[in-house]
Write a protein that binds this ligand. Structure first.
Ligand code: AMP
Ligand code: GLY
Length: 443
């Protein structure tokens, strides 16, 4: 499908870019986008306190749910391309709305976002296309769940069908815990999102994140990444949004990536096409590398956070053109991302108590940070009335460094982290342990 627009003024132009979202992910996208000399302004709605520290960036205060006002503002700002960061506006159809109003948008419509906002739909989608994934049961009631849990000989994972801010997946250690998880969901803990539950076979292996920028038909892959979802060192403790990441993931060799493309990426895009879904945005494949090959754990309709902060510094200035081409449906698929030869790693500094309750509004002190190959992308910060930087979220700052081996990458990240302080700051010391040759010596 080609873009159907009457306002040619917006074509082949990347002067004014708008990014929707307020996290470290969106700040890193802005940072990579502004590198292109044709880009004059990057607007963020709403962004956070770190956004305006990035070259060319400006925050805009406007409610994205007030769609008329939003369109008026985008017209006024002469926005050439809209990049939608988080899943919720995508699931609510914001991309569809803005496309109807003639804007170029990077981000799938509501139909494509369903890959993320309905786990049962995504599982059925994979089943139809023979895409490797864990076996599953779609369950409508607690009675049904109980029957399956009691009769199953294998450990099961319990998942809320709808969006649950990363909190809707339970990995129980026993049938009892499994039943309790199903009970809590059907008792309404997740509201409407939990009207449906997916029970899944538990599978095993390292996880990897693969990102395909997609124009509806063609796609181009970004460097792979590995995320650390658990709060505590040695990958223990509760799941979080992500405590750190590194890219590219050496676990995924060129040959293995080819296998992932053949078995997962291309069948996914073909299946989207066969269901008439014109997906213009990023498809995030959350994969588990099992003994029997790669399997899809989940799809997301957005960039991963903190994978995005980790990957963006590897992008050259053409990154914005890739987003624009996706939005217009004119990727050739042969575009080369001229990534730097460097490797990248990210450590997230969180508030004490995250992913549960935590305080906000605590002053952040930042000392001397390396100016080369080291970025701080604010994840959850605000400014006090007198301009002091304050904590404003569970994940507060993303510290990202690049170098030519992962030991140097993480030495630099942890050295710079020592320059950052706020009351209750917490981070894992073992991010990248899989790829740091000196890690065991240091610890
Ligand atoms: P999701 O939100 O679906 O990505 O799940 C969050 C995390 O739960 C994943 O990153 C995995 O670590 C874990 N997980 C999800 N599904 C499974 C499964 N079927 N088997 C084992 N672990 C899983
Ligand atoms: N890093 C995991 C996520 O963005 O869902």
């Amino acid at each position: 499908m080609s873009i159907n627009s009457t306002s040619s003024k917006r074509f082949n132009r990347v002067e004014n870019i708008l990014i929707i979202g307020n996290g470290g992910r969106e700040n890193s996208l802005a940072w990579a986008i502004q590198k292109n000399e044709l880009v004059k302004k990057v607007f963020l709605i709403p962004g956070n306190a770190g956004s305006e520290r990035i070259n060319k960036c400006e925050r805009i205060k406007i409610d994205i749910n007030n769609k008329n006002k939003l369109v008026e503002k985008l017209e006024f700002l002469n926005v050439d391309l809209v990049v939608i960061g988080p899943e919720i506006p995508l699931a609510n159809g914001l991309a569809d709305y803005l496309r109807k109003k003639d804007f170029k948008v990077f981000g799938p419509g509501k139909d494509g976002a369903k890959l993320e906002y309905s786990k049962s739909w995504a599982k059925e989608f994979m089943q139809k296309a023979n895409i490797p994934t864990a076996n599953f049961w779609k369950v409508n009631s607690l009675e049904e769940a109980k029957k399956i849990i009691h009769s199953s000989s294998m450990p099961l994972v319990v998942k809320v069908d709808g969006l649950a801010s990363g909190k809707g997946v339970f990995i129980p250690d026993s049938k009892d815990e499994c039943l309790k998880a199903a009970e809590s969901i059907f008792n309404g803990k997740f509201g409407k999102s939990g009207n449906l539950v997916v029970l899944e076979e538990k599978i095993y292996g390292p996880e990897v994140s693969v990102f395909a920028l997609c124009d509806g038909k063609k796609y181009i892959l970004l460097p792979t990444a590995q995320d650390h979802k658990r709060l505590k060192e040695k990958d223990k403790g509760p799941n979080t949004g992500g405590m750190g990441a590194y890219s590219p993931a050496p676990l995924i060799t060129k040959e293995y990536l080819n296998r992932i493309v053949q078995e997962i990426v291309e069948p996914t895009i073909n299946q989207l096409n066969s269901q008439n879904i014109d997906y213009k945005g990023v498809i995030y494949f959350g994969l588990m590398i099992t003994n029997s090959g790669p399997k899809v754990i989940e799809y997301n309709c957005r960039f991963g956070d903190p994978e995005c902060q980790t990957i963006m510094p590897l992008m050259d200035q053409n990154f914005v053109f890739l987003l624009e081409k996706c939005s217009m449906g004119n990727l050739t698929g042969d575009e080369k991302i001229d990534t730097s030869d460097k490797l990248s790693g990210c450590v997230i500094a969180t508030s004490k108590g995250y992913p549960y309750e935590y305080k906000t509004g605590l002053p952040i002190k930042i000392g001397n940070i390396d100016s080369n190959d080291c970025q701080i992308f604010d994840s959850g910060t605000s400014l006090s009335e007198n301009g002091e930087l304050l904590t404003d979220g569970g994940r507060v700052l993303s510290i990202v460094c690049q170098d030519d081996d992962f030991d140097k990458v993480f030495d630099k990240a942890y050295k710079n982290l020592k320059e950052i302080n706020f009351n209750g700051i917490y981070f894992r010391n073992d991010i990248g342990h899989q790829v740091r040759k000196n890690f065991s010596k240091n610890n």
